[in-house]
Ligand binder design. Structure first.
Ligand code: SF4
Length: 835
C-alpha cells in the first residue's frame, strides 16, 4: 500500500508541444501505453491479476466505455484506454488521513482533475461541516446520520436530487432508484442526460426502443458501416477490431466527422501479425468531412437519393415487403424530401454533391447496413431529429431487424445503459412505477423529476437543497461550468460516493461529504460470501462482473452497501424493503429485478449462464415495434440553418486520448499530436489565414450567446488542424465553460456541446523578460511551421454569413475539396500549417 502522491506535477501549459497527428491507431505503441502505467502504478502482480481478468467471462467488466465483448474471447480482451481505467481504479496508492488536515477545500479547488485523481484512492468517509474549510474523517454511521438528518429535514423530497454515473452496477442502481422513490421523489438525473438521451428519444419514438438494434456479431456481417460523429480510436478502441472484421469480410466503412481521426483511418491490431509488423487495416473507404451540425441535411439528402433511385427503377430499391408490413409514413416522407433544397444541403454539410452521391451509391449497393453514432450527433440542437433521419434511411431498405444491419448508438460509459434499464431516469413510465408498487407495496411518486440540466438550474435557483451523487463528476461534466459551480455552492449539502477525488469534491455545498467506495476490480465480500454485480453493454448484453483483487483499504464499502445503509438510516421502517438483506446477498436484489424490470425475468439464473444473456429487443429480434401503432415510423424533420456570424467559428468539445469522460489520465493526446498540455483550440488553417491568426498563437476563445454573460477560455493555444472549414474544437471538460446551460437539444434537453459559436481574440504578446517564455513555446511547436498572418480588413469584409468561406475568398487550393473523400494523410503534408 502506498500513501498519497505528493510528487504529482501539475501541467505547465507553456510546456505544450505539438507534433504531426498520427495516421493510424493502436499497434505496438497502444500496447506500450497500456502496460507502462499499469506496471508503474500497480506493480507486476496487481497488473497481472487485473488485466488478465478484464472483460473475461469470469472476470470484471471494464469500467470505461460500454463496448461489448465478443463471444470467443482472447486472453487480452482490452484496449489502451481500458488498461488506463483499470490502473486508475486499482492503484494501491491511497489518500492518507493527514491529507484532509493538510489541504483546505479551497486549495483542493485550485488543483487540476489530474492532480486530484493522482492523489490515490479514497479510503474513509470525510465530512466538511458548514463554515469549516477542511474535510474531516468521520465514521460510516455518523456519515449516514448526518445525511439522513438533512434529507429528513427538507420540506419536500423534491428538494433533493440523486445523480447516478454510468459506472454504477445494475444492483446498486436498482437499490438506489428504489431508495430515492421510497424517499419520495423522481429526481434521478444521470450522465445519460448529457450523452445519449437524444438517441433514446429518437429511437423510442420511431422504433419503440431506445437501444441499439444490433449484436456484436453484426459488425462482422455488415456490407457497410457508416460511423457518424464518433471517434472510436479514442472513445471505444476495441470497436476497431469489429470494424477490421467487417473489412476482412469484404464490407465497407464510411466515416462522417468534422475531424480526420487516426482510428477512422487505419488500425494496427496488436493481436495480429499485420498489426504488429504490417501496415494494419485501412478503416474508412470514404471520409466525409462534414461541417458541425450538417448531419441531418446529409441524411435527408441520402434518403432523397434512395427515393430518387426507386423512382427511376420502381420496385427495385426500397424494401417494399418490410415497409408494407412494418412501417408507416413513407408517403409523407417522400413529399417532404421532394422539397429538399440541394443548395441548403451543401451549405449545411460543407460537402460536395459528388461526395453525397458516392455515399448514396455505397448505401444502395449494400444489402446490410449499420449506422453508428455518438456524441457528435447527440449533442447537436436538432439531435433527436437527426437520429430520426438515421432511422428513416435504415427503414427505407429494411436495414433494421436482419443480421448485419441496424441502428447502433455507441454508449460512452460502461453501464449507462443498464442503469436506465434499472430505473435510473427522472421520467420512468407508469408501467415501471406500477411494478415497483406491486413488488414493494408503496406508491412511488408519479410526477417527473429533474434531469441533469434541470437539476443544476434548480440548485442554482434554490429549489434543490441536497445533491447526492452515486459516482461521477457532475460539476465538471455538465455544460456551463460557472452555472454548475454556482448551483453546487448554493446547496445546503452535497454528498459524493466515489473511488477517487475529482472536481465535484471541491465545488460543494455548505456541508459536504465524501463516501469512499470499492471499485469493480475489487473482491466484494459480504455476509453471505463473495458477491458479483452485473452490467449491460451498448448492445444490451447483460453479464456478471467479479472483483479480482483485494480492496485497497479495509474500511471500504461497496456501492450496494452504501446505498442500502443510507436507505435504512434515512427511511427507517417507512417502506417494507429488506435493505440489510440487499447488502448481505445481491441475489435478493436480483430477485426483485426479475419481478420489476421487463426482460430481466429469472435474472439470477440467466446472469449465471456463461457470458450472461441478451435482453430482448423487438426491432432487432422480431421486427416488432413498440410504438402506438405497432409500426416503425418514418419521421418528418425540418432543416434549420445554423446562424454563425461572420468571423466566427462553430466549436465542438472533444476528448483527448489520455482521458475518459472527465477523468484525465495524462496531458497527451497522442493521435492528434498534442503533448504536455490541454489548453488548445484546433482550427482549420484556411480559417486561421482568413482570421489573421497563426498556428501557435495564444487566443481567448469567447463563447457567443445572447444572454449577455461572458463565457471565455483564456490563453488557449491555436493548433492549425484539418478540421472541417468553419469549425473548431477544444477539449472537454475545459470548454464546457462556453456552453450555456440553456443551450440544449430539442426534446432531449442534452447540452449542445457540438455547436458552440465562438470568436477567437488574440492575446497580446507579453515582452519576453525571462529569456522569452513565448519564444520557448514557439520553439516547442516541433513539426509545425507557423502559418503566415494573412487576415486583413479586406478579407474580414469577405467573411461569409453562415460561417463558411465564400469561394472568392479562397485560394485556388481552398476552393477545391480539401479531402477527395479520403481521410487526409498527415504524413502527406496535412499538418495544418499552410505548407
Ligand atoms: S473498448 Fe471500452 S470497454 Fe473495451 S477495454 Fe477499451 S475502454 Fe474498456
Amino acid at each position: 500500500m502506498t500513501r498519497n502522491n505528493p510528487e504529482v506535477q501539475e501541467a505547465d501549459e507553456n510546456d505544450l508541444e505539438v507534433e504531426k497527428p498520427k495516421s493510424w491507431a493502436a499497434g505496438i505503441p497502444g500496447v506500450v501505453h497500456s502496460m507502462q502505467p499499469a506496471l508503474k502504478h500497480m506493480g507486476v502482480d496487481r497488473s497481472r491479476k487485473t488485466l488478465l481478468a478484464m472483460n473475461q467471462k469470469d472476470g470484471f467488466d471494464c469500467m470505461s466505455c460500454a463496448w461489448p465483448d465478443p463471444d470467443h474471447r482472447k486472453p487480452f480482451e482490452y484496449c489502451e484506454n481500458g488498461a488506463k481505467a483499470v490502473t486508475w481504479e486499482a492503484t494501491p496508492v491511497t489518500i492518507a488521513t493527514e491529507f484532509w488536515a493538510e489541504h483546505t477545500v479551497e486549495e483542493l479547488r485550485g488543483r487540476s482533475e489530474y492532480w486530484l485523481g493522482m492523489q490515490g484512492r479514497l479510503t474513509e468517509p470525510v465530512y466538511k461541516p458548514a463554515g469549516a474549510d477542511h474535510y474531516i474523517p468521520v465514521s460510516w454511521d455518523d456519515a449516514f446520520k448526518i445525511i439522513a438528518a438533512k434529507l429528513n429535514g427538507l420540506d419536500s423530497p423534491d428538494e433533493a436530487a440523486f445523480y447516478t454515473s454510468g459506472r454504477t452496477s445494475n444492483e446498486a442502481a436498482f437499490a438506489y432508484q428504489l431508495f430515492v422513490r421510497a424517499f419520495g421523489t423522481n429526481n434521478l438525473p444521470d450522465c445519460s442526460n448529457m450523452c445519449h438521451e437524444s438517441s433514446g428519444w429518437a429511437m423510442g419514438e420511431t422504433i419503440g426502443v431506445g437501444k441499439a438494434t444490433v449484436k456484436y456479431d453484426d459488425f462482422g456481417k455488415a456490407d457497410l458501416i457508416i460511423i457518424m460523429g464518433q471517434n472510436p480510436g479514442t472513445n471505444h478502441p476495441r470497436m476497431l477490431t469489429a470494424l477490421e472484421e467487417c473489412k476482412e469480410n469484404g464490407g465497407e466503412i464510411v466515416a462522417v466527422n468534422p475531424l480526420p481521426e487516426a482510428g477512422l483511418r487505419r488500425y494496427k491490431n496488436p493481436q495480429k501479425v499485420k498489426g504488429i509488423i504490417g501496415h494494419g487495416t485501412e478503416i474508412a473507404d470514404q471520409f466525409l468531412q462534414i461541417r458541425l451540425g450538417g448531419d441531418m441535411a446529409l441524411l435527408q439528402a441520402l434518403s432523397k437519393r434512395v427515393l430518387d433511385a426507386e423512382a427511376a427503377k420502381p420496385g427495385t430499391v426500397l424494401d417494399h415487403e418490410f415497409i408494407q408490413a412494418h412501417c408507416e409514413g413513407l408517403e409523407e416522407l417522400k413529399a417532404h424530401l421532394d422539397k429538399l433544397d440541394d443548395q441548403a444541403v451543401l451549405e449545411a454539410t460543407g460537402l460536395r454533391a459528388e461526395e453525397i452521391d458516392e455515399l448514396a451509391a455505397r448505401y444502395l449497393k449494400a444489402d446490410k447496413v449499420i449506422i453508428t453514432w455518438a456524441m457528435g450527433l447527440t449533442q447537436q440542437k436538432k439531435a433527436v431529429s437527426t437520429i430520426k433521419e438515421i432511422i428513416n434511411l435504415l427503414l427505407l431498405r429494411g436495414n433494421i431487424g436482419k443480421p448485419g444491419a441496424g441502428a447502433s448508438p455507441i454508449r460512452g460509459h460502461s453501464n449507462v445503459q443498464g442503469d436506465r434499464t434499472m430505473g435510473i431516469w427522472e421520467q420512468m413510465p407508469p408501467s415501471f412505477l406500477d411494478s415497483i408498487q406491486k413488488e414493494f407495496g408503496f406508491n412511488p411518486p408519479r410526477e417527473h423529476g429533474v434531469d441533469a440540466v434541470q437539476a443544476i438550474a434548480k440548485m442554482r435557483d434554490g429549489g434543490i437543497k441536497v445533491f447526492i451523487a452515486l459516482g461521477g463528476n457532475l460539476v465538471a461534466a455538465i455544460s456551463d461550468t460557472a452555472a454548475a459551480e454556482e448551483a453546487m455552492e448554493n446547496t445546503e449539502m452535497t454528498v459524493q460516493i466515489s473511488t477517487k477525488l475529482n472536481r465535484s469534491h471541491t465545488v460543494i455545498g455548505k456541508e459536504a461529504l465524501i463516501l469512499p467506495t470499492m471499485g469493480r476490480t475489487e473482491i466484494d465480500r459480504q455476509a453471505t460470501g463473495e458477491q458479483f454485480v452485473s452490467v449491460e453493454d451498448t448492445v444490451s448484453a447483460v453479464h456478471p462482473s467479479w472483483g479480482h483483487v483485494e480492496p485497497v483499504a479495509p474500511g471500504l464499502l461497496s456501492e450496494v452497501a452504501i446505498v442500502s445503509r443510507l436507505a435504512r438510516t434515512v427511511l427507517g421502517d417507512k417502506v417494507n424493503v429488506d435493505w440489510a438483506g440487499f447488502e448481505q446477498d445481491y441475489d435478493l436484489i436480483r430477485r426483485h429485478i426479475s419481478n420489476v424490470v421487463v426482460g430481466c425475468e429469472n435474472y439470477n439464473e440467466r446472469i449465471r449462464q456463461e457470458g450472461g444473456f441478451m435482453l430482448t429487443n423487438g426491432p432487432r429480434d422480431s421486427r416488432t415495434f413498440n410504438t402506438p401503432t405497432g409500426k416503425a415510423v418514418f419521421s418528418i424533420g425540418d432543416l434549420e440553418a445554423l446562424d454563425c456570424p461572420p468571423g466566427r467559428l462553430i466549436l465542438q468539445t472533444l476528448r483527448s486520448h489520455d482521458q475518459f469522460n472527465t477523468t484525465i489520465y495524462g496531458y497527451n493526446d497522442r493521435y492528434r499530436g498534442i503533448k504536455k498540455g490541454r489548453h488548445v483550440v484546433f482550427v482549420n488553417p484556411q480559417d486561421l489565414a482568413l482570421l489573421g491568426i497563426h498556428d501557435g498563437q495564444l487566443v481567448d476563445v469567447h463563447g457567443e450567446h445572447d444572454d449577455g454573460r461572458e463565457r471565455v477560455l483564456r490563453k488557449f493555444r491555436v493548433v492549425a488542424y484539418p478540421t472541417a472549414q468553419g469549425c473548431a474544437a477544444a477539449y472537454y471538460p475545459e470548454a464546457n465553460v462556453l456552453v450555456p446551460l440553456d443551450s440544449v437539444a430539442e426534446v432531449s434537453n442534452t447540452p449542445v456541446s457540438k455547436q458552440v459559436i465562438v470568436r477567437l481574440e488574440p492575446v497580446p504578446e507579453e515582452p519576453a523578460s525571462d529569456g522569452g517564455r513565448q519564444e520557448d513555446t514557439g520553439a516547442k511547436m516541433s513539426g509545425r511551421v507557423k502559418a503566415p498572418t494573412v487576415g486583413t480588413a479586406s478579407e474580414e469584409a469577405k467573411k461569409p454569413e453562415g460561417g463558411t468561406l465564400p469561394d472568392e475568398a479562397k485560394t485556388p487550393e481552398q476552393a477545391t475539396t480539401p479531402t477527395d473523400g479520403k481521410i487526409p494523410d498527415p504524413d502527406a503534408g496535412w499538418t495544418g500549417t499552410g505548407q
